[in-house]
Design a protein. Structure first.
Length: 102
């Protein structure tokens, strides 16, 4: 059995030298612009929460903050997260949660 095709709205936010990229599952009835805007707001909110806890410069911890925020806002959707501190050669953290077979 082949998994279903997945489509994502990809949103990129740069914050204090850290790049946060989120992808949230795009469904046929979704508004692209609304989902893009909400995804960016989720990333900004997660960054602010991590910063308040003194963890915004740790890309692994920041990725976890973003993941928790995405799950809270979009609990039944596939998603991915990429967080890079500085340049790509500094390394990336990637979290990917594809569709789940019911």
């Amino acid at each position: 059995m082949k998994p279903p095709r997945e489509a994502y709205v990809r949103a990129t936010v740069e914050l204090a030298g850290v790049e946060v990229i989120t992808g949230v599952e795009l469904r046929p009835d979704d508004s692209f612009d609304e989902l893009l805007s909400l995804s960016k707001l989720v990333s900004l909110g997660a960054y602010e929460a991590a910063r308040a806890d003194g963890r915004s410069s740790n890309v692994t911890r920041l990725a976890c903050y973003v993941e928790n925020a995405l799950i809270a806002r979009f609990p039944d959707r596939a998603y991915f997260i990429e967080v890079c501190g500085g340049t790509e050669r500094d390394g990336w953290v990637q979290i990917f949660q594809p569709w789940e077979k019911s």
